[in-house]
Design a binder for this molecule. Structure first.
Ligand code: GRG
Length: 290
């Protein structure tokens, strides 16, 4: 019993250490990139930095780097995509907090971007982050070894964050009538609004590692499932009871467990050392990893 507990404690510690390693590697690259920006008006840089470098958990970049590692890729090729994805995630948070959307005041314990810099600067910081994301991943095209992989990844990035992905999900969310919606509608909304960015992370990590189509498809399914589980867990913490009522037939917690187990099954099919990504599925659903 005591031995088992010690073993479980060590697994948890390893996961946390690895998460922190990925996060630190990523942030080193991100900071260097932001510091290297030239010709950007200082007000815009300030507003971008305020949100991009302000304590995000960096789940999506970590997920991308972990998939690249699992499939034996070179992380140097993935960092620009990890930055791009975090920039898109950050733009979505800035815009989501605006008065015309959620009208929030605080994010990550600090005033929202539009409170600190004004609405017009916040809109432009979001626009700039979205555009910058595509600039960073399409730079250095003279290194054409990875051209096809880069193009595929750019396409996934655009698709998952655009009209049939996150932005599409946001407009459905703004207009949804819960009285005439079904669980299927809610899951579609969650997939588009939240899970597709997770799925993009996993897929891009796999693509840039040169994985075959079967493994890329496994990464896509894993990403979508943990993304949905993450969103439902977020609703559980926020007591979003109106939405959680849709999961009443088996309780939202049971649904989260079921869908993260399905995600882990996809990992098993991919093979290799999947320990970190297995634990990530538990970490994201706010369940203890041990
Ligand atoms: C405005 C285009 C547009 C899209 C908005 C992502 C999104 C769509 C809205 C954000 C609000 C929200 C509740 C999103 C659901 C996903 C979620 C819980 C995001 C927060 O992600 P974390 O926890 O954030 O990874 P940090 O702060 O760690 O970066």
């Amino acid at each position: 019993m005591k031995n088992n507990l010690a073993k479980l404690g060590a697994i948890k510690l390893n996961f946390e250490k690895q998460f922190l390693n990925y996060k630190e590697e990523f942030e080193k690259y991100l900071n260097q990139y932001i510091d290297s920006l030239k010709g950007v008006p200082s007000k815009l840089v300030e507003s971008i930095k305020y949100s991009l470098l302000s304590g995000g958990k960096r789940i999506r970049p970590v997920l991308m780097l972990a998939f690249c590692d699992l499939l034996g890729g070179n992380k140097e090729m993935v960092y620009p995509f990890a930055c791009a994805l975090e920039m898109i995630h950050t733009y979505s948070l800035i815009h989501d907090d605006l008065p015309c959307m959620d009208d929030d005041q605080m994010r990550r314990g600090k005033p929202c971007n539009h409170i600190a810099f004004g609405e017009s600067t916040a809109v432009l910081a979001g626009d700039a982050l979205l555009t910058q994301a595509f600039e960073i991943v399409s730079s250095n095209h003279e290194q054409n070894d990875f051209c096809l992989q880069k193009l595929k990844s750019i396409n996934i990035l655009a698709k998952c964050s655009g009209s049939s992905g996150m932005v599409g999900g946001q407009i459905i969310d703004l207009n949804i009538d819960l009285n005439s919606s079904s669980l299927k509608n809610i899951l579609e909304l969650y997939t588009m609004k939240t899970a597709m960015l997770f799925s993009a992370s996993a897929q891009i990590g796999a693509i840039m590692a040169g994985a075959d189509d079967k493994k890329i498809s496994g990464a896509k399914i894993y990403g979508e499932k943990i993304g949905i589980a993450f969103q439902i867990s977020d609703d559980i913490s926020d007591n979003e009871n109106e939405i959680l009522d849709f999961f009443k037939f088996e309780t939202p917690e049971k649904y989260v467990e079921k869908i993260s187990n399905e995600a882990k099954l996809e990992l098993q099919k991919i093979g290799g050392n999947t320990d970190f990504l297995n634990h990530l599925a538990d970490y994201l659903t706010k369940r203890s990893i041990v």
